[in-house]
Write a protein that binds this ligand. Structure first.
Ligand code: GBH
Length: 446
């Protein structure tokens, strides 16, 4: 059981669900462009139709209402609400106003993510995160949308998973825009991204009464297999370590230390000493304005054992339980250890902004979707979250996702929803896990 005011929510993102990418003045985002390139998306699909939530949003809100969630986390498509001349696009903005109103009608709090990976293509053409003016553009966009949603939305998340933006988008290049950065450009772009966050926070605080603000990185925690304090400490250090084998753009502390602690980790200045971007005291102050929560997207973890005083990764045994996507091993303890590590270092209440399961769902003869594995996943993860909530402050949990949707480079064939979507008809079918989550929320409120 969680506190009575615990936020049970569901999460989605604009490009993954909205469809109607070519209407009402919306311009291309980098994902539109990327999806058109042959071979980039596994099944050749894209977001042009997806769940058609741009038109079916009332139906979606009805689903949320039936679940009795008290929060819905969705993202705004920058290229829908700001046009190519960097001016507001009324028609696009109006969609989010209508959606927020519909949610408020049923007392479902909107949690708005401003950037869930869909940079307007015309801004990418000007250099994207390497453009030193990108944070001014982001500040302007934040100003426009927070004013438009005034009185309707008070909870904002600036940026979703900077790790995926930089690592998947610009290092391994399986995500849009898929252009490789060298190290110098990478840490420069990361600094610009953090400035986007900082300027956005400043505007939100100015424009929105009683606002809450956060940002939502992702992480995959190290799970100690041995229960000693030493093992815990070694795994904690590893989790925040900057240079895990050159994968620093995928790291926790390079983003969260500047935001929560006011500076990059010490090793940053050592590792990148010859290629540092220009980092001023003002930048760091802007980036580290106080936030309300530590949001975190967590799906899986990796086990570590202690050998010769070192935390070393343990291979998963053959046949270890996993979802229908290659990185999704079932490791419920991830929702115990990651919140604990994060709370210890950054000292703010935790909200899990995404957690969920990719299943090989199909519609059965009885017309229903029996996703028993997803139920087991959610049950076991929430148990661990409940366990850690006895030790630290945990404020909420958003399941990924309300609907099956466009799973980025994996396309439409990977399903994460509590609700099944038939992409040829747009029909939504509540899965068994939908009823499971509904029941869990209900029981928790009694
Ligand atoms: C989230 O990203 C996204 O925010 C969301 O849009 C997406 O649909 C959802 O999750 C489901 O994928 O380091 O071994 O975990 C996914 C998080 C983080 C998963 C990076 C893949 C790389 C491999 N991703 N991870 S691993």
């Amino acid at each position: 059981m969680f506190d009575k005011d615990f936020i049970f929510g569901a999460s989605t993102a604009a490009y993954q669900i909205e469809g109607y990418t070519n209407v009402d003045g919306r311009t291309d985002s980098i994902w539109d462009t990327f999806s058109r390139i042959e071979g980039k998306i596994d099944d050749g699909s894209d977001g042009t139709i997806a769940c058609e939530s741009y038109k079916k949003y009332k139906e979606d809100v009805k689903l949320l209402k039936e679940l009795k969630v008290n929060g819905y986390r969705f993202s705004i498509s920058w290229s829908r609400v700001i046009n190519r001349n960097n001016k507001p696009n009324k028609k696009g903005i109006n969609y989010y106003v209508k959606l927020a109103k519909e949610l408020n009608k049923y007392n479902i709090k909107p949690y708005v993510t401003l950037y869930h990976w869909d940079m307007p293509q015309w801004l990418e053409d000007k250099g994207g995160f390497l453009n030193d003016k990108i944070s001014d553009y982001f500040e302007y966009y934040t100003d426009v949308i927070t004013k438009a949603l005034d009185g309707l939305v008070s909870d904002y998340i600036t940026i979703n998973e900077p790790q995926c933006i930089m690592h998947l988008g610009h290092n391994v290049c399986v995500h849009a825009p898929g252009t490789k950065y060298n190290d110098k450009d990478m840490i420069h772009a990361i600094h610009n991204l953090l400035l986007c966050h900082g300027k956005s926070v400043r505007v939100i605080r100015k424009n929105v009464k009683n606002s809450t603000v956060g940002f939502a990185p992702c992480s995959r925690p190290m799970i100690p297999t041995d229960k000693s304090e030493e093992a815990y400490r070694k795994c904690y250090d590893k989790y925040f370590e900057l240079d895990r084998g050159g994968e620093y753009p995928n790291n926790v502390s390079i983003y969260s230390d500047p935001i929560f602690l006011g500076d990059y980790p010490k090793e940053y200045y050592v590792i990148f000493k010859d290629i540092l971007p220009n980092i001023t005291k003002e930048d760091l102050e802007l980036i580290s304005q106080p936030l309300d929560y530590i949001y975190q997207n967590i799906y899986s973890g990796t086990f570590y054992k202690i050998e010769n005083n070192e935390a070393v990764m343990k291979k998963f045994p053959f046949g270890y339980p996993e979802g229908n996507i290659d990185w999704l091993q079932v490791v419920p303890e991830a929702l115990y250890y990651a919140p604990k590590y994060l709370y210890e270092r950054y000292k703010k209440p935790i909200i899990i902004s995404e957690n969920g399961f990719c299943n090989n769902d199909l519609v059965s003869e009885d017309g229903k979707v029996h996703d028993a594995e997803r139920i087991e996943y959610l049950k076991s993860y929430l148990k661990e979250l409940e366990r850690v909530s006895k030790e630290i402050e945990v404020k909420g949990y958003f399941v990924w996702s309300l609907l099956d949707n466009f799973e980025w480079h994996n396309g439409l064939r990977k399903r994460f929803g509590l609700v099944y979507v038939d992409y040829s008809t747009g029909e939504r079918i509540k899965k068994d896990s939908f009823y499971f989550y509904k029941k869990l929320i209900k029981e928790n409120k009694q």
